[in-house]
Design a protein around this ligand. Structure first.
Ligand code: G3P
Length: 216
């Protein structure tokens, strides 16, 4: 499973990219708006840090506007993926951009029929929002499994990008469901490697080593 980082925070992206574990970045208008940097500059900076797909979302609501903004954003760097919302205009824009060989990430997906339409429109990624479904009392991870089944049935090559990830269990369940990508907020990414038994074990190893007087 590829790991994308779900943030527009340049410092976080730079820091986490040093792990060598980050395959790409997703942003959305809310995340970008919190940074106080001109949007195209922000995307350019992210592309300079991470060598992988970088999702940048359009803010137009009509297909023509999305296509225009999508082409502009795609011109920033070859790794830019255009994020469009799962509306009828978003699907039209997805189809048109994909025809132009521009990679599209269809976002705000909350049902498998929506995901089926995105795949038919030529999306490179579909972004089901797991956490927001859980928030409403639904089983967000079941959506990943349903989309996986539908895409397998028809051999769509649209990649399932599990989004709206809230905790490490979501990451594990996304991997078990066979999601192609999981986009993870920095806080959850750090929770993935952190374990108190690792810390306790390491402290004990270091204490024993110190007492021994051995060296490497
Ligand atoms: O970037 C899209 C998605 O991951 C948003 O997550 O936590 O705002 O539901 P969240």
């Amino acid at each position: 499973m590829q790991i994308f980082i779900d943030t527009a925070d340049i410092n976080e992206i730079r820091d986490l990219n040093e792990t060598g574990l980050i395959d790409g970045v997703t942003t959305n208008p809310s995340l970008a708006a919190s940074q106080g940097i001109q949007f195209t500059d922000l995307i350019r900076q992210i592309c300079d840090i991470v060598d992988g797909p970088i999702s940048a979302e359009v803010i137009a609501l009509d297909a023509a506007g999305m296509i225009e903004q999508g082409k502009k954003l795609a011109g920033i760097h070859e790794n830019v993926v255009i994020k469009v919302p799962l509306t009828v205009d978003g699907l039209k824009a997805c189809y048109a951009l994909a025809e132009d060989d521009i990679a599209v990430n269809v976002t705000l997906c909350f049902s498998a029929p929506q995901a089926l339409l995105a795949a038919k429109a030529g999306a490179r990624y579909i972004s089901p929002f797991v956490g927001r479904l859980d928030d409403q009392g639904w089983d967000g991870m079941q959506l990943i499994r349903d989309i996986q089944l539908v895409y397998d049935n028809y051999m769509f090559d649209t990649e399932i990008l599990a989004a709206s990830i809230r905790h490490p269990q979501h990451v594990l369940e996304a991997a078990k469901a066979g999601a192609d990508v999981c986009t993870i907020p920095p806080k959850v990414f750090r929770q993935l490697y952190k374990h108190n038994l690792t810390d306790i074990g390491l402290d004990a190893f270091m204490a024993d080593w110190k007492k021994s007087g051995l060296s490497i």
